[in-house]
Design a protein around this ligand. Structure first.
Ligand SMILES: Nc1ncnc2c1ncn2[C@@H]1O[C@H](COP(=O)(O)OP(=O)(O)OP(=O)(O)O)[C@@H](O)[C@H]1O
Ligand SMILES: [Mg+2]
Length: 466
């Protein structure tokens, strides 16, 4: 798997031991991670909390053997994995077999879709992709598919195309596929993001089961809130260094805002109206939504709540004109802008400034509006950065900037708080306020109940087949 000349210190029982001196990306002026020592024993749950940009994903990359990138990033430290020791130093680049490492450490990235192979045609095939490559017999694979789908309630998705799932469904499928590969250490970056309460419950019990089988679990999360009771060790990561946290201690909890004071007058003009609308996808056995009645009026902020896969994204896409109804009428009276659930689907330029300016009709408009919107969202210092080099919170704000710069009167936001840190959340709330103040309207989906109750004038609850 890696340099064989170094053996682990005798007597170590840890599944992985990391002693890091420092880590710096090749293009960076400063270190992203400083001195860090971590040890994961079989069956343990380690939770590392930290704000966006604190270095969580970098740490996840180091644990998964994806970082440092050979010959580029600067790294000093030692990883002991599966009885072998790997030394990183400026003078010595260990030879690393990333695929071999992945058999020991599985990483579910924050953008869970990146874990999926992209070449399997059904969810069932995706679940056992890694095991099929290892030559697992067919009957055993069928048993494994059965077990995983029951555990995570994925039975209804087994024949579906993995590329056409809702955000929450995609995360569950990726997690199931990762656990099927049976790595001895599983690193999960924001594993509960975008999950409804039933899916959250299924994931937490799956983690308990994996631990009982001896898997070491590492959770990277903005806040340790959901993990306090379960974790063997809790850490806070700030500016690249770790500090022990105690259960119950506030880590990076989001500030709560008072409820939005008043619902605008019912006489206000509807900016968006769904009347008897049916929405669905080609080839699907049933429509996602039928007989949908919903109006959003000027000055109004409406939340969409509901379980994973009930059609929140589908409804928002229909409001944006990206999906045509199969029955009924969608009427939109003003300019619309939509923040997609996954910001990566919305970013394709090589700098933040180009990304935000893209598609604006005139250079003169670009010159005025781009700096304004970057300042509004606290992104000025990133103007020349590649969007993919940004921490997740800033990346989502860049996607939001591309929408706000067009000054839409109807703002559609799909899970906008996902990945946002507290500063980002405040920017989002201000952006919503300013659309409402200028007589526009906002329609958003969210699994974040705190955000929902403090932000929406009213909530539209989706059920299966609304
Ligand atoms: N491109 C597609 N083709 C076929 N079916 C799809 C497609 N996109 C979504 N679906 C299905 O439509 C249903 C509604 O999906 P949608 O993404 O609207 O749900 P959601 O409420 O936004 O869920 P989440 O909370 O997980 O984001 C789901 O069953 C989903 O699997
Ligand atoms: Mg969705």
């Amino acid at each position: 798997m890696m340099d064989m000349d170094h053996r682990a210190p005798a007597g170590t029982t840890a599944a992985l031991h990391l002693r890091l001196g420092s880590f710096r990306y090749s293009e960076a002026h400063a270190e992203t991670l400083g001195e860090i020592e971590l040890e994961f024993s079989p069956g343990s749950l380690t939770v590392i909390a930290g704000d966006s940009g604190s270095g969580k994903s970098t740490l996840g990359g180091v644990l998964a053997g994806m970082l440092p990138r050979p010959g580029a990033d600067q790294c000093q430290g030692t990883v002991t994995l599966a009885g072998q020791r790997i030394d990183y130093s400026p003078e010595h680049w260990p030879r690393i077999d990333v695929a071999g490492w992945a058999r020991h450490v599985g990483l579910l990235p924050q953008d869970a879709g990146l874990y999926l192979s992209g070449i399997r045609q059904t969810v069932a095939e995706e679940l056992v992709f890694a095991r099929e490559n290892e030559g697992m017999p067919r009957e055993e694979m069928a048993g494994l598919i059965d077990e995983l789908s029951t555990r995570l309630s994925l039975e209804h998705l087994l024949e579906r195309d993995p590329a056409k799932l809702s955000g929450g469904q995609e995360r569950l499928v990726a997690l199931a596929a990762l656990s099927a590969a049976k790595p001895s250490i599983i690193v999960l970056d924001e594993p509960l993001a975008g999950l409804d309460s039933k899916a959250t419950q299924a994931v937490t019990s799956m983690i308990t089961k994996l631990r009982a089988e001896g898997t070491a679990l590492v959770v990277l999360s903005r806040t340790a809130e959901a993990w306090d009771a379960e974790a063997d060790s809790l850490w806070n990561l700030a500016e690249g260094t770790l500090q022990r946290a105690t259960a119950g201690a506030a880590t990076t909890a989001l500030p709560s805002k008072p409820k939005r004071p008043s619902v605008p007058a019912a006489s206000a003009k509807p900016l968006l109206a769904f009347a008897g609308v049916q929405l669905g996808y080609k080839g699907a056995s049933a429509p996602v939504l039928s007989s949908l009645e919903l109006e959003v009026r000027a000055g109004e902020c409406v939340g969409l709540a509901g379980a994973n896969g009930t059609g929140k994204t589908t409804l928002l896409k229909a409001a944006a004109g990206l999906i045509k109804p199969t029955a009924g009428k969608v009427r939109v009276a003003v300019d619309v802008g939509m923040l997609l659930q996954n910001p990566s689907d919305q970013l394709f330029e090589r700098t933040v400034a180009r990304e935000v300016a893209f598609g604006l009709p005139k250079k003169s408009i670009q010159r005025v509006r781009v700096p304004l919107v970057l300042a509004q969202l606290g992104l000025e210092s990133y103007a020349q950065t590649h969007p993919y080099e940004l921490p997740a919170s800033a990346r989502r704000l860049v996607a939001l900037a591309t929408v706000l710069v067009r000054e839409p009167q109807l703002l559609l936001l799909d899970e906008p708080t996902e990945a946002l840190d507290s500063a980002g959340l405040q920017c989002l709330c201000k952006a919503i306020d300013s659309v409402l103040e200028r007589g526009g309207a906002v329609l958003f989906s969210s699994h974040d109940e705190r955000f929902m109750s403090s932000t929406a004038h009213r909530v539209h609850r989706m059920r299966s087949s609304d």
